[in-house]
Design a protein around this ligand. Structure first.
Ligand code: SF4
Length: 772
């Protein structure tokens, strides 16, 4: 690719932008909820009268499966013009975030990939020629067949950093092909799912609507999670007087509404959790009845936490000992108290320890499955359980043994989504050839150069990889290294799949096509089905029929996709009544391992975890320093005195996508580093200055945002920056040194950068900052 570098873009005046969009995209999904268009079905049609528009009810779903906001998409003269939130949709109830509102610009972006492409130059040159779909499928299928025969099917990996609506289709392809190597990023959700399930039997969701105290810990409820549901719930809680505590290194909109901000250093949540456990155990602030009946190993915990007094935790976390004690006491003594634990605790070598500490806090204080606490399962759903496209029933032990780099130890594979290898370590195997070399990678909707730590090593691997397929809607950061590029349709150019969501409501809805595809597009689902057929796995892929595939999934609901489509705003299923305290059932939940053994061998909360102990891991949560930190590597602090970490979620961008969308880029135009006023002033840095951020592993050139709501010893930036915006004149940033890709800044030392149990990768390092 060419034209990377900082530049002088045409930034439209913010006020005129807001005026022209009319949507009031004020940089916050919270605000846009109330300011974007919002209609019922009848209102949407009424709005089209006399102006030559038509309306198509569909759903957005840019956030992932289950997070689908219902929308009305408007079309004039065959052009998709705007969206409005669907009032009937239980998840968003008419609200839309900035990303949802910007959908037409995303669809019509000049960055769209229009045709299948084949590499004509060397890897990295980014020279391609246009080919047909048949030729593209043919090349991919031929290569995979040859590699399967020569090196074994397991040398194919498919990447999927987070759960997507097409994840099970990717699994189906891998299983039909014979590879267990589904690549998870090690940075999102699965770390919490794993540690919670093996401690509590399931992921405990906060019942915020009834909580008198809500602790947002490493979470960002305004910009992330089930769309709008968290933001709505936070506002309602605040209005009814609930106390809110935010635990995170910098103030975001949720902590702006908090009564107490606990400014923890990035990556030190386990130390904070252990310090809080010390207080609660030693002051006997526990629910004795629950602990005696439903917890295993409390006595061992009592001895174990003596190593972690609040004074010890203060040194590591930077949170005053007194505040650690106060928060522990408030949580333990508030009857209706919940913890909303977020993705922020998942990027550190002690990620599992942090999550287990929090799980144990919930359990021993009696806040599990009680009103206003953290629930083990919600109200029973009357929505039929649909057929999955996964082929999980074909797993064998031999299959698990073949994993190239297990995301979770083999003893715990498969986990929820299936068998999985760690995303970054898939690339590492290309270089080290250990335990064997991955030969082909398919990257659907993911950009490994900016999506995982260690971008420099990922590029090294991409140069060595035998065969690389990119499948995406727009050009990607790593496309220059692709052998074949597959152009995908946006959700507005297809009529599948359908949504079945239990997040924020029991709702099922068919996707409807809004406009004809603008290029030679297929959807991700069609691509996988077609490739399956081309590979000779047609019987497993409904011989390429999406309709038959969807009918198969819907069969338990006794309907077809055509039946579902007759309900333009979807079908909402009633919910039963939540019964609290269902511990006997929850603590016997079976795990997805081949043995189906329960998550909790004793049928009790695993405070002392014998499953982990048997597999060679610590039975109790411990503390592990990030690879570089103020307390772990003090020798580095002379040259690099500040902690750097990154934000996972923003109000306008999904991960490393969408910087090319003008509406969104107007709201968040530059990569900005949040820096405390004192820290900036010591360095002569002013707001909006271009600055150099340097770590032991790389350097970035970004803008400074003077930000009083951040720890003075910490700086933070949103991850995922690389893409320019043609309409506004922003060029791409360099992918490596001198750009704004924070993933180059961290250690990928295999002995330090990973959580040994849940392979979470560290996003903490030490840096120096100066004016550019
Ligand atoms: S929250 Fe935004 S991006 Fe996500 S589904 Fe809703 S409108 Fe789309």
């Amino acid at each position: 690719m060419s034209g990377r570098g900082n530049n002088t873009p045409r930034v439209i005046d913010r006020r005129s932008f807001l005026k022209t969009t009319g949507a009031g995209l004020l940089g916050s999904s919270l605000l846009s909820t109330s300011q974007s268009l919002s209609f019922t079905f009848d209102e949407a049609w009424a709005a089209t009268e006399g102006i030559g528009e038509t309306v198509v009810p569909t759903f957005c779903g840019l956030c992932g499966p289950g997070c689908a906001c219902g929308v009305y998409a408007f079309v004039k003269n065959g052009r998709f013009t705007k969206v409005a939130g669907m009032k009937e949709a239980p998840i968003n109830q008419g609200g839309l975030c900035a990303k949802g509102n910007a959908a037409p610009q995303w669809v019509y972006s000049p960055d769209r990939l229009k045709y299948p492409l084949k590499k004509v130059g060397k890897k990295g040159e980014g020279r391609f020629k246009k080919i047909s779909w048949d030729e593209a499928l043919h090349i991919i299928a031929d290569t995979l067949k040859q590699q399967k025969e020569k090196y074994g099917p397991e040398t194919l990996a498919i990447l999927s950093p987070a759960r997507r609506s097409y994840s099970d289709y990717l699994y189906r392809f891998l299983i039909a092909h014979g590879s267990p190597n589904y690549g998870h990023s090690g940075i999102c959700a699965m770390q919490r799912a794993f540690s919670f399930c093996y401690t509590l039997g399931m992921w405990p969701s906060p019942e915020q609507d009834k909580s008198d105290l809500i602790i947002y810990w490493g979470s960002q409820p305004i910009y992330s999670g089930p769309p709008m549901a968290n933001a709505r719930s936070l506002i309602k809680a605040k209005e009814r007087g609930a106390k809110i505590i935010a635990i995170k290194p910098s103030i975001e909109p949720d902590s702006g509404m908090a009564d107490i901000w606990v400014p923890v250093r990035p990556g030190t949540d386990a130390a904070l959790g252990l310090g809080m456990l010390h207080v609660i155990v030693n002051e006997d602030l526990i629910d004795k009845g629950f602990v005696n009946k439903w917890c295993y190993g409390y006595d061992k915990l009592k001895d174990h936490v003596q190593k972690y007094p609040p004074k010890w935790a203060e040194k590591i976390t930077g949170v005053p000992s007194q505040q650690i004690q106060d928060v522990a006491r408030i949580y333990a003594t508030t009857k209706r108290a919940s913890i909303n634990l977020g993705n922020g605790v998942e990027h550190t070598p002690s990620s599992n320890d942090a999550i287990r500490s929090v799980a144990i806090l919930m359990a021993i204080t009696g806040h599990l499955d009680t009103p206003g606490g953290n629930l083990l399962g919600g109200a029973p759903s009357k929505m039929p359980r649909l057929n999955s496209v996964h082929l999980r029933e074909r797993y064998t032990q031999e299959w698990v043994d073949k994993l190239v780099a297990p995301e979770f130890p083999r003893a715990f594979q498969p986990f929820m989504e299936g068998t999985s290898s760690a995303y970054y370590r898939i690339f590492d195997s290309v270089i080290t050839k250990k335990p064997y070399a991955i030969r082909a990678v398919i990257a659907p909707g993911t950009q490994p150069v900016v999506s995982t730590r260690g971008s420099k090593r990922v590029i090294e691997a991409l140069k060595k990889l035998d065969f690389y397929v990119v499948a995406d809607v727009t050009r990607t950061a790593d496309m220059d290294y692709a052998d074949i590029v597959i152009p995908l349709a946006t959700p507005y150019e297809t009529d599948h799949p359908f949504e079945a969501s239990e997040m924020g409501g029991n709702w099922m809805m068919a996707r409807n096509k809004v406009i004809e595809p603008l290029g030679d597009y297929k959807s991700m689902y069609e691509f996988i089905l077609d490739l399956g057929v081309k590979m000779g796995y047609g019987a497993d892929f409904w011989n390429g029929s999406m309709k038959e595939c969807m009918d198969y999934q819907l069969a338990p609901a006794k309907m077809t996709i055509d039946d579902l489509r007759k309900h333009p705003t979807g079908i909402e299923f009633p919910m039963g009544t939540k019964e609290y305290g269902n511990y006997g059932f929850c603590f016997k939940m079976k795990s997805p391992r081949l043995s189906s053994a329960p998550f909790l061998p004793q049928g009790k909360v695993a405070i002392y975890n014998t499953s982990f102990e048997e597999a060679g891991y610590s039975p109790l949560p411990e503390w592990k320093e990030p690879p570089e930190s103020l307390t772990g590597t003090p020798e580095l602090t002379k040259k690099y005195p500040l902690i750097l970490s990154d934000y996972h979620t923003s109000n306008v961008y999904t991960a490393s996508w969408q910087r090319n969308v003008p509406y969104l880029r107007q709201i968040h135009p530059y990569p900005v580093l949040h820096i405390h006023p004192e820290t900036a002033s010591e360095r002569g840095i002013e707001n909006d200055d271009w600055i150099i951020v340097e770590s032991p592993h790389g350097w970035m050139k970004v803008k400074a945002e003077i930000y009083p709501g951040i720890r003075p010893d910490t700086v933070m930036i949103l991850h995922g920056w690389w893409q320019g915006c043609k309409e506004l004149g922003f060029k791409d940033y360099p992918l490596l040194d001198g750009g704004a890709n924070v993933n180059i800044m961290y250690s990928v030392d295999p002995n330090k950068a990973f959580d040994p149990l849940v392979t979470a990768m560290s996003s903490q390092t030490l840096v120096q900052v100066r004016k550019a």
